[in-house]
Design a protein around this ligand. Structure first.
Ligand SMILES: Cc1cc2nc3c(=O)[nH]c(=O)nc-3n(C[C@H](O)[C@H](O)[C@H](O)COP(=O)(O)OP(=O)(O)OC[C@H]3O[C@@H](n4cnc5c(N)ncnc54)[C@H](O)[C@@H]3O)c2cc1C
Length: 714
């Protein structure tokens, strides 16, 4: 905060404190009473009759100054207004003076404090800001109508939010009007009132409160009517076969149907392909199985680091890929039709099409339902690069079927999938090249993290080409070649197998969504905070909704989609996205939760970094996995965690402690005080906390202790 602003705040506070002090300790207080007003009423009236213009201007100015400075006395001034000017003129004058004064107080608070508050509490305020931007006028109106909320506090608080000044002024003037009328009217009947409190009887207060919430109630009623209206064009069955139909049996759909069945709803789950979706069949499970096998080969190559002369691993690529399928087969029962049928879910095999919000078609069968959850996942996007179709691009969907080892695997995309699979294939003995558009791998991560991974992959012989843009594919003399530009130089690379790992798009085609009026933007459906689409009984979750593409995120959203789909429209849960962790399962793993440094900088959030090098950790040394680091972002001078990134062995497990800490507001101090088992990788969390504590050690106390111990030594 600038010195100018700090001085102004101090002066304002001094002014308020002095006035309050004088009011309490001198006879000044007697001027701010109803009794004084009643005594002096005749002389006020006399002065007003003699000097109308001066009286009116002074009255308005005093009113504005008192309100703008957030000083007490506005209620009495309003009563004076009523007693002198009468109900009509008094109301007009007070209404304008109080609204102008309130807006001045609002602007003063905004100028003095808003930047400071928004910067200091940016994290917490972002949700409030969004709410104020959307519904601030309704909240302000409700607060204004219920005069039990001190007006000066409303003025100051609203000044700290992003609400527009014109909105504040207009809503304040309208919202304060009933209260103003009540007080001005009381002034008109001055002789009859005995205290300020008696002006607002409980019944009047209740009426104001009802009036205050009326706009919000009408807003909800309108949205309820709108939602009913959007459904009214579809014939509603008299009876429904199901409470919920879930389309897609991947991570999202399985959880959605499981939750619905647990809540004793009748639920149908429709899958057109394999139960388990991407995660089981082409995503997490095969990739993690291959990563494990590749790790064994990597360890074998590192035999000397373990004191072994040589470890040879003979393998057949095809058998390895079959082993991957065996892992899928072992996990498949968890996601099987048999298991879900036992859990109470009616499973259907076939392609689903939504005929109406109440009707879903599977093959030749049509079923009726009260609500639908779309959990159809996503598909890898093949970029539109000239010639790409001549070189048979593989994607994460199709790479699992190959049984012949690529000699030179070219991967387009240096995101999580590209990085994980590049390392696997390099460890299996393929030559691997990554073409990455950005200037770093894993663009969501901080530069130091991406750089560490880059160096690791390069040390394993992977050719990482950053800042590279594919131009065209062509075949020359039977050889597959990519022409690309890197740092404005034209280059080529030869390969035999191409894996495209760029982006993924939601699976929304063929579902009949356009026909029933589901709204799209850029080929995506953006649900509201409760995961509802524009058709109120249709919800969406997971990769189909297209935000964070992780199994645990799909499952998290699925809970909300399923529960909300079963609840009435006025009782809906907003999905909680405050703490979303993820991991890229390279070796070392890159696990993350909360803010990265680059995000904190972008959002102007102040932070402090504490880093711990895993090279120093005993367990990492015993396991010869002593590489990587933990980076914790905290609120400056506080132990509250803003974000954590770990690049290291088993980072995905080590990070759990931080995820829990962030979720339940546990700071580094408490992590430090927790007993961690020795020797473990999670012990590193204690060391990070220790490093943070050391930075914030009370130096003067330690100096004193040094002197104290010296003294005791004599
Ligand atoms: C290589 C790779 C590795 C990954 N590794 C991880 C990881 O380690 N950790 C992690 O958290 N995430 C990982 N992911 C991401 C994760 O797999 C997805 O985020 C997750 O599977 C999304 O679940 P979902 O339910 O939204 O969609 P999906 O799992 O794709 O399920 C959608 C299902 O809907 C079905 N379907 C589509 N249309 C219809 C229709 N009209 N009728 C009937 N059925 C239909 C599909 O056949 C599919 O089975 C990985 C992804 C890939 C590609």
């Amino acid at each position: 905060m600038s010195v100018k602003k700090s001085i102004t705040i101090i002066l304002l506070l001094l002014l308020i404190i002095s006035i309050v002090y004088l009011k309490q300790t001198t006879s000044l207080g007697s001027y701010f009473t109803l009794a004084y007003l009643k005594n002096q009423h005749a002389s006020f009236l006399e002065y007003y009759q003699a000097h109308k213009v001066i009286f009116i201007i002074s009255y308005i100015l005093v009113y504005i100054i008192i309100t703008a400075a957030s000083l007490p006395g506005a209620a009495l001034l309003t009563i004076i207004g009523g007693s002198i000017f009468g109900l009509f003129i008094g109301t007009i004058m007070v209404s304008f003076a109080s609204s102008i004064g309130a807006t001045c107080a609002f602007l003063i608070a905004r100028w003095l404090l808003r930047d400071y508050f928004q910067e200091k509490f940016a994290n917490k305020l972002s949700a409030i800001n969004k709410g104020i931007e959307k519904e601030g006028a309704f909240y302000l109106f409700a607060l204004r109508l219920v005069p039990i909320f001190p007006f000066f506090l409303i003025n100051i608080t609203m000044g700290l939010t992003p609400i527009k000044t014109t909105t504040f002024y207009l809503v304040s003037q309208i919202g304060m009007l009933p209260g103003t009328i009540a007080f001005v009217n009381a002034g008109k009947e001055l002789a009859k009132i005995h205290s300020l409190n008696s002006i607002l009887s409980p019944s009047l207060l209740i009426s104001f409160a009802i009036l205050g919430v009326l706009p919000l109630l009408s807003k909800y009623t309108i949205s309820f009517i709108r939602s009913k209206k959007s459904l009214s064009k579809f014939p509603r069955p008299k009876k429904f076969d199901y409470n919920l139909v879930v389309i897609g049996a991947g991570s999202g759909g399985l959880v959605a149907s499981y939750i619905a069945a647990t809540l004793k709803a009748k639920v149908a789950l429709i899958e057109k392909n394999k139960m388990g979706g991407d995660c089981l069949n082409t995503g997490c499970v095969p990739s993690k199985s291959l990563i494990r096998i590749a790790k064994i080969l990597s360890d074998a190559k590192r035999a000397k680091e373990f004191g072994l002369n040589k470890l040879t691993a003979e393998f057949d690529f095809g058998s390895i890929m079959e082993q991957v399928q065996n892992r899928i087969a072992s996990i498949a029962p968890h996601d099987s039709i048999e298991r879900y049928t036992q859990l109470g879910v009616n499973c259907f095999q076939g392609k689903a099409k939504i005929l109406s919000p109440y009707l879903v078609k599977i093959n030749d069968k049509t079923i009726t339902t009260k609500a639908i959850v779309i959990a159809t996942g996503g598909t890898p996007t093949i970029p539109n690069i000239p010639g790409i179709n001549y070189v048979n691009p593989l994607t994460s969907d199709t790479i699992w079927v190959i049984r012949e080892q690529p000699k030179h695997l070219l991967i387009i995309g240096g995101g999580p999938i590209g990085c994980e699979l590049s390392q696997c294939f390099a460890r299996l003995g393929s030559k691997v090249t990554i073409i990455q558009h950005d200037d770093k791998l894993l663009k969501r991560e901080d530069d130091d993290v991406s750089y560490f991974l880059l160096k690791t992959l390069q040390s394993e012989g992977i050719n990482v080409l950053l800042n590279s843009k594919p131009k065209r594919f062509f075949i020359d003399d039977g050889k597959k070649i990519l022409e690309f530009s890197q740092d404005s130089l034209e280059k080529t690379v030869e390969f035999d197998t191409l894996l495209v790992a760029t982006s993924r798009h939601p699976n929304l085609q063929g579902l009949g969504l356009e026909d029933i009026g589901i709204e799209f933007s850029n080929d995506k459906i953006t649900p509201n905070a409760t995961l509802q689409t524009n058709i109120p009984s249709i919800y969406i979750c997971g990769d189909a909704a297209g935000s964070y593409q992780f199994t645990h995120f799909a499952a998290h959203q699925a809970w909300y989609a399923s529960v909300n789909a079963l609840l009435p429209s006025f009782l809906q849960f907003k999905a909680d996205y405050r703490i979303i962790p993820w991991c890229t399962f390279t070796d070392p793993e890159v696990a993350h939760v909360g803010l990265t440094e680059q995000e904190a900088q972008k959002q102007n959030i102040a932070y402090e970094v504490t880093k711990f090098q895993i090279a120093d950790l005993d367990r990492a040394i015993t396991d010869v996995e002593n590489h990587g680091f933990i980076k914790v972002l905290t609120v400056p001078s506080k132990d509250r965690i803003l974000g954590v990134t770990i690049i290291g062995y088993h980072a995905s497990d080590v990070i759990i402690e931080y995820i829990q800490a962030m979720k339940y507001n546990i700071g580094l101090d408490k992590i430090l005080k927790t007993i961690h088992i020795y020797p473990t990788f999670s012990e590193s969390n204690k060391y990070v906390a220790g490093a943070w504590k050391k930075k914030h050690a009370p130096l003067s106390l330690l100096k004193f202790l040094e002197k104290f111990h010296k003294f005791r030594r004599g």
